[in-house]
Design a protein around this ligand. Structure first.
Ligand code: CTP
Length: 328
């Protein structure tokens, strides 16, 4: 474990881009040890898109980020996010990371975790499609966290152009039908399904094999037909001991109630609720803020990088799976 505490915006930028112009960054680049970073800087530097992108890049490569706290900053009279995390938090993160790095049994050792990520594209014609804004970041973060905890992870990736983690299997798909087929095959062997992909609910009923030309048309109507609800279909054929988590992008008021109803209707163990009406989180963003709805209640996960949110979700999944195994 190579822990950099505190890590400045400058050091984080160098680490993200593989620079090695001092002893600290040279050792980091040369070391095979897992990296832990506890950022400390002023709020504007921390919230700058460059710093956020650098942290996201490092997290995607497996670095553990200990999020900074909010409060009095080193610059006189300033208050905001960017304070170094409190020492007990940093220590707890180091201990957990060491436990998860092969020195001790890991919490998901021996489990097969299937993750769907990204957003499906449904062809209208040879060049156009109906799609959505999902980037796959949340699904990939979940896959990386599960792999870090020892799980054997398969990701069904629908149109995701993000860096891929070593030791995780990726199956690329484009459409909801392809995702359904791949998911059905992989689900049979999985212990846990994390259905983070944004799967189209409707697709063009008769896509054109060639490109539709606008010449001679004063409009275009595309008829849509429903796709299979993959999550509900897999949940309907689950075997005892399988844990299933759905995701829901909801807007505003009453979202939690609708998530509870969805949990029952689809027959899953948890719904991770994203309020997509809020700026800066959710679809195609580096950060997320979710509520995890289970039969036992609801847990709020405050706004954080998706890698951190993934840890909170996987912790709930571990509890749900332990419960599932006990009762099956
Ligand atoms: N999902 C799926 N297959 C679909 C559509 C969605 O497996 N054809 C999964 C998503 O991967 C996600 C969850 O279902 O885990 C999302 O549910 P959502 O689309 O919000 O549910 P709907 O029942 O379509 O809700 P709504 O009625 O609000 O559209």
């Amino acid at each position: 474990m190579y822990a950099i505490v505190p890590a400045s915006a400058n050091t984080i930028a160098k680490l993200a881009h593989g620079m090695a112009d001092n002893l600290l960054t040279t050792a980091a680049l040369a070391s095979p040890a897992p990296l832990l970073i506890a950022p400390a800087m002023n709020d504007r530097m921390y919230e700058h898109p460059a710093t956020q992108a650098n942290l996201e890049m490092l997290a995607a490569r497996g670095a553990r980020i200990v999020p900074p706290g909010t409060g009095q900053l080193a610059s006189k009279g300033e208050f905001g996010i960017g304070r170094l995390a409190e020492p007990p938090e940093v220590l707890a993160a180091i201990e957990e990371a060491i436990g998860g790095a092969g020195f001790a049994p890991r919490s998901l050792d021996g489990l097969r975790v299937l993750v769907t990520a990204g957003g499906t594209r449904e062809p209208i014609d040879a060049v156009r499609y109906v799609g959505n804004r999902s980037s796959g970041r949340m699904g990939f973060a979940l896959a990386e966290e599960a792999a870090r905890r020892g799980a054997e992870v398969t990701v069904i990736a629908a149109n995701v152009s993000l860096p891929r983690a070593n030791g995780v299997d990726y199956i690329d798909v484009e459409t909801a039908a392809e995702l359904e087929q791949a998911a059905r095959e992989a689900f049979a062997k999985a212990d846990v399904l994390l259905m983070a992909a944004a799967v189209a609910d409707f697709r063009p009923a008769s896509p054109e094999a060639s490109k539709i030309s606008k010449t001679g048309r004063d409009g275009l109507t595309v008829e849509l037909e429903p796709t299979t609800d993959v999550l509900a279909a897999l949940a309907a054929e689950r075997r005892p001991g399988q844990t299933i988590v759905g995701f829901a992008a909801e807007h505003g008021e009453g979202a939690a109630e609708r998530a509870r109803e969805k949990l029952e209707r689809k027959g899953v163990d948890a719904i991770v609720l994203n309020d997509v009406s809020r700026p800066g989180i959710g679809f195609d963003a580096a950060e997320n803020e979710v509520s995890i709805v289970t039969r036992a209640g609801m847990q709020e996960v405050p706004r954080a990088l998706k890698a951190e949110v993934a840890r909170a979700i996987i912790e709930v999944v571990e509890e749900l799976h332990a419960e599932e195994v006990k009762t099956s």
